[in-house]
Design a protein around this ligand. Structure first.
Ligand code: ZN
Length: 209
């Protein structure tokens, strides 16, 4: 399964290696999974959703929830494939948006009603620290949703279940690549140009200028 996912990512041009990336977490590293390059290919994205859905008994899942933005796309495809496998009924897809300075996640747009007391699967594309997934876990628990598991496309930071509220973690791929705090980054020391096309490199350089 992992090989197929890596091939889907590679075919989409979503694997960036030998570069100098600034991640959302603020840490630096040499490789990046550019999920945005995957999402323009709907058949490949659908297949990723199907593989993520495979970990669950479709009839048990009421709703799939992800954090904006990648989780919006994936929640749609995972719910779509779960619905196709159900004996009856429908699995819904919702997303949680970022709210406030603490970057908590909130189900707006009436989506909270679809979470309350329901069986929920959480999805996210690439996790480095697990922070965004942990925030969705909190948001689902606050609505008394029962979390069946969290499915991620790529576990990029060796994130464990401890980091996401002890929820069962199903990762399609695990790419464990070194990442460094910005003040102790060997790529910075070696003067490797920061990649401004993917990740947060452009904003990082602008903030330093
Ligand atoms: Zn660096």
């Amino acid at each position: 399964m992992s090989n197929e996912v890596m091939r889907l990512l590679a075919d989409a041009g979503a694997l960036v290696t030998n570069s100098h990336i600034v991640y959302t977490s603020g840490r630096h590293g040499s490789a990046y999974i550019n999920k945005d390059a995957l999402y323009v290919h709907t058949e490949a994205t659908s297949r990723v959703g199907e593989l993520m859905a495979a970990a669950y008994d479709a009839d048990q899942v009421d709703v799939v929830a992800g954090p904006t933005i990648g989780g919006v796309v994936l929640s749609q495809w995972v719910a779509y494939h779960l619905t196709k496998r159900r004996k009856s009924g429908e699995t819904l897809a919702v997303y949680a948006e970022e709210e406030g300075a603490e970057r908590n996640r909130l189900f707006k747009r009436g989506y909270d009603a679809h979470i309350r007391g329901k069986n929920v699967v959480i999805v996210e594309d690439v996790v480095t620290t697990g922070g965004s997934v942990a925030k969705v876990v909190e948001a689902v628990k606050a609505l008394d949703g029962k979390i069946l598991g969290a499915s991620i496309l790529c576990n990029r930071g060796g994130v464990g279940e401890e980091a996401i509220g002890k929820v069962k973690l199903n990762a399609l791929t695990a790419v464990s690549l070194d990442s460094y705090p910005e003040d102790d980054c060997p790529l910075c020391r070696d003067g490797v140009p920061v990649n401004t096309k993917v990740g947060k490199g452009k904003a990082y350089l602008a903030a330093r200028a």
